[in-house]
Design a protein around this ligand. Structure first.
Ligand code: C2E
Ligand code: CA
Ligand code: CA
Length: 748
């Protein structure tokens, strides 16, 4: 490799370099040596002037040697801060200045062009003296000598840093533009205002948002209209036409239905573009996807009416629906019930398990309330642990006054009872089983109030009343500010009574009518009224049946009867003991088992026990009854058909039942001595009992005459107020001590 010459005196064959310039005298045979020398000097000068005035570095290298440098023009100083001399005296300088990321690429290209003889053309970065990077566009061509052999690389290194920066900025701008036009959730479109009303452009987002390709869209001028939500069509089209004809900018909102049926909300901002003559030519618009925003708005509207935690309607919505329900009830003479529910132990849960658990409890409770209520009932959250129920379209009593047992009251009670039952199972909170109860208050329209506000207030008062009495209570609203207990609903009290076994048994003597002696007793249940007195079974047994509480009550009765029998036996009082079974009790699968266990536990003789079922109970399902009675009878228990004459027995059925006693209902016994009809009926029943192999027993004997009549007609057993009302066990004991088994004074 030749030593690089000093700047200004390059040792190169300048003549062979192809350079331009004003035409020179062609060299010919006549050209003198001096003329030739001058010509070369001119050429040299011209080349240098040209090379050194170009806004680029011009260089000449030797072929095949990446480190060679025959000539480099002085612009190195301007471009790279390096003098021509420095450059040419350090052949490795160029390679060293190359950016590490670019170097491999440059070397590969260099080798390729050396091998192929093709141009060396590449862009790379060089580090200038001050450290900044200079983008170079390097382009070299091979120069051949006179023999045609490739000899030099002659190249130009252009500083393209500004250009690169401009390119970079352009790319960035394009990216930004792309982001604006293509990545925003908006569709840009251009409609041509012509007869066909074609869309000449639509941006690609249309495919993502609506599942329609831009092509499909521009090909089908009616597609937009067809995609419009049917509810929006007419108005939207009218707005578009009006906007277009106004010749100005306009904005409108509408829904389009996409390919997948998705509904997309758009806000369309459009402007009318005029042609050079000022005539409207295009509508250019941007359709912004507003769906999320709209959904958020809908959600806000939903939230205004719903409780965030449970998703249930809130108090605001409840009140509105209550107003509607009342208005409807007024028109249709119906009743409406408002039920308020408040957890009794919520603070405890919150305090002991934390608010998270409290929230979870409320969520679970909301689900259970929804399940416990009927489809038509509205469940709402009032706030905190208070929930509201709206029961509408209930039947109204003729006078509009609510009373226990009327249809609206029963529905309200049973829904409220279901709500309370829904809390029977524990809530699982964070792995902990938590039991809660709720206090419930009920108010009724029109009985308690005429407007929504008052109705709610009254339900709330009733609920607080329940709370004062104890957890798990239920109260109806009442104007009576007096005794609190009367306000507790029957169901709540009944539930409590079952829990606390708050019952009493009274016993009515069964009398041998001939000897006027007590031979047995019938156990009759009573419910002590907290206000004093006893509630008769007719007022709560049917409800207990319905509420599924009768089994528990029946169990208690058997137990109590057995216990009483041991006491009497201790007093040397031997009595046949009767007790009553209601239908639900009789259907218990383990009935006989249960009764026997109780009796055996206390040593009661089964033959001393009479199980009474009513005639109507026996006939509900005679086959089943037959099986059950057989089972009881097989265990030695005696059986009685109660209230005989009030049901519709099939005699053939009755004949096959293992029944010992037929209890003639007191409706037939009353005035039996005076009423011919009753008289003949009763004697018929007595005869029937005999023919069936059963002992007749007359209920409800209230007078001596009735007693005598029955006795005269062959009825040897009876009971009734004439002998004794049902009385507490102690009275039976005391009477026995006083007068033995006699039920009437010997003197009477
Ligand atoms: P029942 O089994 O027919 O009981 C006889 C009813 O007649 C009793 O009413 C009794 O007080 C009444 N009575 C007795 N003698 C006379 C009389 O001379 N005149 C009048 N007017 N009434 C008389 P109570 O105690 O109110 O019982 C009503 C019904 O409740 C019973 O009718 C029975 O069906 C049912 N019951 C009573 N205790 C129980 C029980 O422990 N379990 C079940 N499942 N039902 C019971
Ligand atoms: Ca009875
Ligand atoms: Ca009876």
């Amino acid at each position: 490799m030749p030593e690089p010459g000093a700047a200004g005196d390059p040792q190169i064959d300048i003549v062979s370099l192809p350079i331009g310039g004003p035409a020179l005298e062609p060299v010919s045979a006549e050209t003198s040596p001096q003329e030739l020398t001058d010509l070369v000097a001119t050429l040299q000068q011209r080349y240098r002037a040209l090379a050194e005035r170009l806004p680029a570095i011009v260089y000449v290298d030797e072929i095949n040697d990446i480190s060679s440098n025959l000539y480099t023009s002085p612009q190195t100083l301007e471009v790279l801060g390096i003098t021509q001399h420095e450059w040419m005296s350090d052949p490795d300088l160029w390679l060293n200045m190359l950016h590490d990321d670019d170097r491999p690429r440059v070397i590969v290209e260099h080798e390729r062009s050396n091998a192929t003889g093709e141009d060396f053309a590449i862009e790379y970065r060089l580090r200038a003296r001050d450290g900044h990077w200079v983008w170079i566009r390097d382009h070299a061509v091979q120069i051949r000598d006179t023999t045609g052999r490739a000899k030099y690389w002659q190249g130009v290194m252009l500083d393209v840093t500004d250009l690169k920066e401009a390119q970079r900025q352009l790319a960035e701008t394009q990216k930004k533009y792309k982001a604006i036009v293509e990545d925003i959730p908006a569709i840009v479109y251009i409609d041509e205002i012509d007869d066909a009303m074609t869309t000449s452009f639509v941006s690609p987002q249309i495919e993502e948002l609506l599942g329609v390709t831009p092509r499909e869209y521009t090909d089908d001028p009616e597609l937009w209209f067809r995609m419009l939500h049917p509810d929006d069509r007419d108005e939207t089209l009218a707005r578009y036409v009006a906007g277009r004809d106004s010749g100005e900018s306009f904005e409108f909102e509408y829904r389009l239905i996409g390919r997948e049926g998705q509904i997309v909300w758009f806000r369309d901002s459009a402007v009318v573009i005029r042609d050079e003559n000022g005539a409207p030519a295009q509508v250019q618009g941007v359709m912004l996807d507003m769906t999320e925003r709209k959904e958020a708005e809908d959600k806000a509207a939903f939230l205004a009416y719903h409780d965030k935690l449970t998703g249930l309607p809130n108090r605001v919505m409840f009140e509105e629906l209550l107003e509607l329900a009342i208005a409807r009830a007024r028109r249709h003479e119906a009743a409406v019930a408002v039920v308020t529910t408040d957890l009794d132990d919520f603070k405890l849960v919150n305090d002991s398990l934390g608010h998270e658990a409290g929230d979870e409890l409320l969520r679970q409770l909301a689900d259970r309330l929804r399940e416990a209520t009927r489809e038509t009932d509205l469940v709402a959250r009032q706030g905190g642990d208070e929930f509201l129920l709206l029961l509408s379209d209930l039947d109204r009593t003729p006078d509009g006054v609510a009373e226990i047992g009327d249809s609206a009251t029963i529905v309200a009670e049973s829904v409220a009872a279901r709500v309370q039952q829904a809390l029977d199972d524990p809530f699982l909170l964070d792995g902990t089983e938590v039991y809660v109860s709720a206090s419930v208050g009920v108010s009724l329209f029109p009985a308690d109030a005429q407007d929504a506000g008052t109705l709610l207030k009254h339900a709330d008062q009733a609920m607080h009343q329940s709370k004062r009495i104890g957890p798990g209570g239920m109260s109806f609203h009442t104007e009576d500010e007096g005794d609190a207990m009367t306000r507790l609903s029957l169901t709540t009290r009944l539930r409590k009574a079952v829990e606390q076994q708050d019952w009493e048994l009274h016993y009515q003597p069964i009398v041998d009518l001939d000897r006027a002696e007590m031979v047995g007793v019938e156990a009759l249940i009573r419910w002590p009224d907290p206000n004093g007195g006893l509630i008769p079974p007719g007022e709560f047994i049917p409800l207990a049946e319905e509420m599924g509480l009768i089994e528990a009550i029946g169990d208690w009765v058997v137990e109590e009867v057995a216990r009483q029998d041991t006491i009497w036996r201790d007093h040397d009082l031997r009595l046949e003991l009767g007790f009553n079974l209601s239908p639900r009790q009789m259907w218990q699968p383990d009935l006989a088992e249960k009764i026997m266990n109780r009796l055996e536990a206390t040593g009661v003789e089964p033959g001393n026990v009479v199980v009474e079922i009513t005639e109507s109970t026996a006939m509900i399902d005679p086959d089943r009854t037959q099986r059950i009675l057989n089972e009881l009878h097989d265990r030695g228990l005696r059986l009685a058909i109660d209230d005989f004459g009030t049901g519709y027995s099939s005699l053939s059925r009755l004949k096959h039942l293992p029944v010992d006693i037929l209890k003639i209902d007191r409706a037939f016994v009353r005035d039996v001595d005076k009423d011919r009809n009753a008289g003949s009926m009763v004697s018929a029943m007595i005869a029937l009992a005999g023919s069936l192999g059963m002992t007749p027993l007359a209920e409800g004997i209230e007078t001596e005459e009735e007693w005598k009549f029955l006795l005269d007609h062959g009825c040897l057993l009876g009971q009734g107020f004439y002998f004794s009302k049902p009385v507490p066990a102690e009275d039976i004991t005391a009477r026995h001590r006083r007068q033995g088994m006699r039920v009437v004074d010997a003197t009477a």
